[in-house]
Ligand binder design. Sequence first.
Ligand code: F6R
Length: 366
Amino acid sequence: EKGGYEHFMLKEIFEQPRSVKDCFRGRVNADEGHLVLGGLREYLDDIAKSQRIVIVACGTSWHAGLVAEYVFEELARIPVEVEYASEFRYRNPIIKEGDVVIAISQSGETMDTLAAIELAKSKGAIILGVCNAVGSSIPRTTHAGAYTHAGPEIGVASTKAFTAQVSVLTLMAIAVARRKGILHEDTFRRFLFELERIPEKIEKVLKNAEKIKEISALFSEARNFIYLGRGLNFPVALEGALKLKEISYIHAEGYPAAEMKHGPIALIDEDMPVVFIATRDQSYEKIVSNIQEVKARKGKVIAVVTEGDKLIPTMADHVIEIPITHEVLTPLLSVIPLQLLSYHIAVMRGCNVDQPRNLAKSVTVE
Ligand code: F6R
């Protein structure tokens, strides 16, 4: 049932070209210029008219929410707040009638997320679900939603569910922007075209698996890791750090790269591996100077870069290339090397990657 892979986690990482394609099936058609999210059709106008979107989730799903914050604000120009479900539910959150709440959950059973939904519902919000497990509790309590269609995820560390969540949320943002009439037809067409290319580009990232394994071997004894990114790659840095800590038990922190100088830079020495997600985008020059700051303090730099980057390979100790795509879609590619890095490091340390200590696949208690 592991399809020839040593662990479910590795199988699920390698399934991503297919799971993302499944998520787009029947929804995206570049030739015909179609983008349809059947489950949301009735609510598209309400979302387009809303003044505010609140996203509630936990763990990796919360990281997908942070990516969605950037994408929704950039494309649909609706303010987004991303909340830990557990924090949201125990405040007296300000929710008004007509606010849109999006709950993201792989399992559809997370207790804190369910409770956050009930609270928001009682205050008159429109509740939308982005879930993977079909027929689970969350999709049964929401007003509408879109399934991620990643298929069952067995490994406790979430991988293919994350890329499917980001995929669905991106489709939602594009659909809302279009309904608001603020997405140029050419831009819309280009998105559809680029979305359809994502599965083959993930395939291409996966071709670097051997190289990532070799890099992993050099760092399997590390005691700490820092992950840095900016913009859309900041949530990817958080996700990379979470993946590493949960399955390898190495202490890891994710930060927005510019925050480094406000504290974490004090940690940098020759024993500190720093993973930069440094793709060619608006913040490229800025992140290049962050890499220089780390190198000046003798940190070991592993950089995820855009194919063909000439500059960063002259500075970083190790580079992993990913194909170019529309900037907004980058997290779908940049997270893949981080999943593989944590997987290989955990295996080399003899950890039980599919069932890490102290963790359960779905957290149905608070
Ligand atoms: C991380 C992980 C957890 C879950 C979190 C939310 O790899 O698996 O952080 O993401 O428990 O679970 P769902 O998405 O099922 O609500």
